[in-house]
Ligand binder design. Structure first.
Ligand code: PGA
Length: 253
């Protein structure tokens, strides 16, 4: 049984005070909600504070980070290690978000290292994959995703796939208000599951959670979550507001 995950990616938004305010609101709004995991991924500066607040509130919300560097410590100015994240109470780590791939020029080789480092430190990676509009229009969407998976998973033990989270995020749907249709999301997520099965076997693939991300809103979450291979959502813009995000998490109501 795959427990759905609704994860909020706050990107480069929210000061410490703003983050704490949103978490307090959100925690009230989702108290007692069962059958779904909720996570927030604040910027690095707010991680430790949000972690302490979640403990203080005895909250069921999980803490996530947006990035990591694949070394335990060292002379890597500006970077944060998996050990530091774990010590701050982080459970989920977003890896390979398209904004990092495109703007920060992250390669699949680096992403593969990050994946291995996160798993070694007993946290759960949320690996983002997805195609550009150009690739989709050229009929290369599946080829792109297949290629990313092959490279990004190259350093881990295939059995570890079972405990991972994947997020299919078509780049043309991120922050654009243009959502993939539920059928598009299902088609790609089921393709991703087939690819995972070919690497780790059917049982492993069946346990991995595969999210959809890209302009998810309270208005479209219900239809997206009806799809068999969609196990949750990675939410950007709509996760910044506690009310909006909580109504996404309450998609079953
Ligand atoms: P969006 O972002 O919900 O604002 O489209 C999703 C993401 O980048 O994870």
């Amino acid at each position: 049984m795959r427990i759905p995950l609704i994860a909020g990616n706050w990107k480069m938004y929210k000061t410490n005070d703003e983050a704490a305010h949103t978490v307090r609101e959100l925690d009230k709004l989702v108290k007692g909600l069962a059958g779904v995991h909720i996570a927030v991924c604040p910027p690095f500066t707010a991680l430790a504070g949000v972690g302490r607040l979640l403990t203080e509130l005895d909250s069921k919300i999980w803490l996530g980070a947006q990035n990591v560097y694949p070394e335990p410590e060292g002379a890597f100015t500006g970077e944060i290690s998996p050990i530091m994240l774990s010590a701050a109470g982080v459970y989920y780590v977003i890896i390979g978000h398209s904004e990092r791939r495109e703007i920060l020029k992250e390669t699949d080789e680096l992403i593969a290292e990050k994946l291995r480092a996160v798993l070694e430190n007993n946290m759960v990676p949320i690996l983002c994959i997805g195609e550009t509009l150009e690739e989709r229009e050229a009929g290369r969407a599946q080829g792109k995703v297949q290629d990313q998976l092959k490279k990004d998973l190259s350093l881990i033990d295939p059995e570890q796939i079972a405990g991972m989270v994947f997020a299919y995020e078509p780049i043309w749907a991120i922050g654009t208000g243009r959502t993939a249709t539920p059928d598009d999301a299902q088609e790609m997520n089921s393709f991703i599951r087939q690819q995972l099965a070919s690497v780790g076997g059917a049982e492993v693939a069946d346990q991995a959670r595969i999210l959809y991300g890209g302009s998810v809103k309270p208005q479209n979450i219900k239809d997206i979550m009806k799809m068999e291979d969609v196990d949750g959502a990675l939410v950007g813009g709509a996760s910044l507001n506690a009310e909006e995000f909580s109504s996404i998490a309450r998609y079953k109501e």
